[in-house]
Design a protein around this ligand. Structure first.
Ligand code: FAD
Length: 479
């Protein structure tokens, strides 16, 4: 019997649950990736992620071919393409790894119905996470809404269930892969309607993930300390690879366990493990409470009166363009624009700035990040934004408001990160660069900076904005 493995956000061959199960249960296994027009519509023509996807798909095809198989690549609506292809190949079953985003779940339900009507099946597997939405529960059997107890329960479950990390082997069973036809070819970027980006995402595919992981393993033991400084290359940069599944999360957690056990992971390894647990926490929150896509996790906060109208639109535009007059915020927004990446500390700072300093609805910032982030992931982005806006599931009270200048002094003390993206401020001293409007006029002149010309004056006064935000949130509490 034939089967079809539908690759989605799991663009790898090794340790792949759906591929493993298909190989074990079928005579001929085909693989497919669909460039889904429902998802691609509305993206800018030079979107970096499409290029990353195509490059990763090419590598996946090459790896499958080296094992005797190949990857079919289609361009269209997955909900139609998949059932049609299953019929064409006479595949009894379609195998896929589970995706927990509401739109993906709706798509998979539609595919399942069409397949069923034709006497075929859709089999889905856990692969993207160590533990799914219902696998880590409170004693009362409900979902957690605070991270730390969730993490503790997650770690306890892993200790009880070490087989959760067992890799799903594929290569030893590769004989079942169906060989490529003579005319096998993959589409070009142009055929998908896209053009190359001038600054593409570095190193796509499984090989890109391996490369980053090998480098990060050297830095892992210092992660707990170094991760908060955007000028240091201290984090893994693996988020885009976890997003598209070019490496397996089981493999990462197994590596961490080994390095925690032999002591070589230092203080960094458990902290990095907690980041991977955050990823699953937000996926669980999204799967359990799909309303968070458009609404506040803490429902009372849906009544927050965010600023809107032309003034708010102008402030939003300045934030997007990196022209707020707060150097750390602006450097971060330029990093996002130019590279598609933003350091985690800076995601917190810029999201807090938009919601608490500019008084703008978190959903508008979330949308901007969704458009620009290479690693855009609905669950983490939504979770991160709601955390920053104090509408989400965290234990921090809403009246704790980041001061963008204090954050800058703490996490970019010498201004090294700021200088990378704002060369016009490069000659300001480490002390003056965090708040140029407070610098002595002589210092500005000496550094060749004319405020309002070379670099904007601050578009908002932090102390006044802070008072407005406190009032905005107090009104909710009073109500
Ligand atoms: P590392 O520090 O090396 O962390 C390892 C991995 O753990 C990451 O690759 C990621 O998969 C996961 N991780 C780390 N921190 C978090 C976190 N706070 N929440 C969830 N997962 C985490 N992450 C995304 O993957 N996609 C997003 O769209 C996204 N949007 C965000 C928006 C805001 C406002 C905030 C505050 C955070 C957001 N994050 C998002 C989380 C985090 O900023 C990124 O995962 C991280 O910066 C990616 O860099 P890295 O791979 O070097 O991370």
């Amino acid at each position: 019997r034939n089967s079809l493995v539908w690759f989605r956000r799991d663009l790898r061959v090794d340790d792949h649950a759906a591929l493993h199960h298909a190989l074990l249960s079928s005579r001929h296994v085909f693989g497919v990736f669909v460039f889904d027009t429902d998802i691609l519509a509305g993206l800018p023509p030079d979107d970096r992620r499409v290029q990353f996807l195509l490059d990763s798909v090419r590598e996946l095809d090459a790896r499958l071919r080296s094992l005797g198989g190949y990857l079919i690549v289609r361009h269209g609506r997955a909900a139609q393409v998949i059932p049609a292809l299953a019929a064409e190949l006479d595949a009894e079953s379609v195998f896929a790894n589970r995706d927990y985003e509401p739109q993906a779940l709706a798509r998979d339900r539609a595919v399942l119905e069409t397949l069923r009507a034709a006497g075929r099946s859709l089999q889905t597997f856990k692969d993207q996470v160590i533990f799914e939405r219902d696998e880590v529960l409170t004693l009362a059997g409900g979902p957690y809404s605070v991270f730390t107890p969730y993490k503790n329960a997650w770690l306890k479950r892993l200790a009880r269930e070490p087989e959760a990390l067992r890799p799903f082997e594929t290569a030893p069973h590769a004989a079942a892969l169906a060989p490529a036809p003579a005319d096998h070819a993959l589409p070009s970027l142009a055929a998908l309607g896209f053009v190359p980006n001038a600054a593409p995402i570095a190193r796509p595919g499984m090989s890109g993930a391996e490369h980053l992981l090998a480098q990060f393993e050297e830095r892992l033991a210092r992660y707990d300390h170094d991760r908060d400084y955007p000028a240091l290359d201290a984090t893994s940069r693996l988020s885009v690879h976890l997003r598209f599944g070019t490496l397996s999360v089981r493999r990462l957690v197994a590596m961490l366990q080994a390095r925690i056990a032999d002591g070589s992971g230092g203080a960094g390894a458990p902290v990095w493990l907690a980041e991977l647990v955050w990823r699953e926490f937000y996926m669980m929150i999204l799967a359990r409470h799909p309303r968070v896509v458009t609404q506040s996790f803490k429902q009372a906060f849906d009544a927050v009166a965010w600023d809107d109208g032309p003034d708010a639109d102008a402030l939003l535009a300045a934030w997007c363009a990196g022209r707020t007059g707060y150097p750390l915020v602006d450097a971060a927004m330029l990093q996002l624009e130019r590279t598609g990446f933003m350091h985690n500390r800076l995601r917190m700072v810029t999201a807090s700035f938009l919601t608490k300093d500019l008084g703008i609805d978190w959903r508008r910032g979330e949308r901007w990040f969704a458009l620009k982030l290479n690693d855009y992931e609905l669950a983490s982005n939504n979770g991160g934004w709601q955390w920053a806006a104090s509408t989400g599931c965290d234990a921090q009270p809403w009246f704790r408001i980041f001061n963008p200048v204090t954050q800058s002094k703490r996490f970019d003390p010498d201004g090294d990160f700021i200088r990378q993206y704002l060369p016009q401020l490069a000659r300001l001293s480490g002390a003056a660069i965090h708040a140029p409007w407070l610098a002595r006029p002589g210092a500005l002149a000496q550094a060749g900076v004319v405020l309002g010309m070379d670099y904007p004056r601050p578009i908002v006064d932090h102390d006044a904005a802070r008072e407005k935000t406190l009032a905005r949130f107090k009104a909710i509490r009073a109500a």
